[in-house]
Ligand binder design. Sequence first.
Ligand SMILES: CC(=O)SCCNC(=O)CCNC(=O)[C@H](O)C(C)(C)COP(=O)(O)OP(=O)(O)OC[C@H]1O[C@@H](n2cnc3c(N)ncnc32)[C@H](O)[C@@H]1OP(=O)(O)O
Ligand SMILES: O=C([O-])CC(=O)C(=O)O
Length: 374
Amino acid sequence: MVDKKLGGAGLRGQSAGETSLCTVGKSGSGLTYCGYDVSDLAENATFEEVAYLLFYGELPNQEQLDSYRDQLKSMQDLPEALKNVLRLVPASAHPMDVMRTGASFLGNVEPEASFDDQLTAANRLLAAFPAIMCYWYRFSHDGVEIDCTSEEIGLGGHFLKLLTGKTPSDLHRRVMDVSLILYAEHEFNASTFTARVCASTLSDMYSCITGAIGSLRGPLHGGANEAAMDMIQGFTSPEDAKLQMAGMLERKEKIMGFGHAVYRTSDPRNGIIKAWSEKLAKEFGDTSLYDISVACEEYMWDTKKLFCNADFFHASAYHFMGIPTKLFTPIFVCSRITGWAAHVMEQRENNRIIRPSADYIGPEPRAVLPIASR
Ligand SMILES: CC(=O)SCCNC(=O)CCNC(=O)[C@H](O)C(C)(C)COP(=O)(O)OP(=O)(O)OC[C@H]1O[C@@H](n2cnc3c(N)ncnc32)[C@H](O)[C@@H]1OP(=O)(O)O
Ligand SMILES: O=C([O-])CC(=O)C(=O)O
């Protein structure tokens, strides 16, 4: 096997444009949305306020927030044609493929006719994603056709209500809200960059978001929260976790939920979701999965100086709330639609088609031999 050449690979550290939406790792480990620290937002705001901030540039006042929530509420239900499509998708499908189909199909029946409709398209996707996921999940797994609307005020609670059919507890509502805030935006990560590349061709919002979902699906990006869950469920104790992780590192396997392309010493979202995961573990009445997760964190830092990224403690937190593992990455979509759409709109404001160059390393020019002589 040839040694991996990193060089300019992955465009790491190179600027690929300007943004006023977000800074990542600017002061070592910080994360800000439109100038606000993510920990401040996670403590003092709701997800709908953050969505409003990313879409309209400023946090809403109470009146603006109330009317924004009403607007999102009026956009939560799915068109009958989309429900018909979702009923055809088998239970064996990957839920991220369902999200991708849902976004793409919505673009067929409610197309973004012009860029003047961009905010309507963005808000429609934001409001409809929980129903796209839960309508398909409940129909394909339980044979139940759910009502896609709910009385829940926030999108996090709305998602939990659609998934379980039960009114969520205040703790679960708040953790979902915080989780959606933490996942909302992250500068030029792979999925957002996908959305911007698509936007740069002057394509429509639904195409940009559909492409971004495809990029988020992979285990090196959003798919890591599911992969981390599968991993920690295979450990029987903190000691077993350390033993098995040693073997994985020995075999040069990637440990999902650790490391980051930009942060060097910590991911500022980790401490926040970790604290909520601990609270949930206590409420759950069995802290073993949380204790195992902490052992993984300590072991990876001690042996490799690798730290947990946003995905790692999300795994146990979602698990304690009873969310099936395969829905973890789709929840990321329900949140990151805000960052993606904000970047699409920003790209359109000052657009030039994104088209980098490549260093050619193929054969020298040569002539096509007649087929009989090859
Ligand atoms: C919300 C998010 O999307 S956060 C990211 C979620 N993804 C994951 O958790 C997947 C696991 N992590 C990784 O694969 C990586 O750390 C990435 C994809 C996040 C970043 O990749 P890079 O920028 O290439 O990482 P970086 O340059 O810091 O790492 C270099 C080396 O560190 C090691 N390393 C980094 N992360 C890990 C890890 N999780 N497990 C084991 N070794 C690792 C590897 O030896 C890597 O070398 P490689 O080229 O052989 O893969
Ligand atoms: O920025 C990245 O490369 C990945 C990430 O953490 C995110 O998208 O939230």
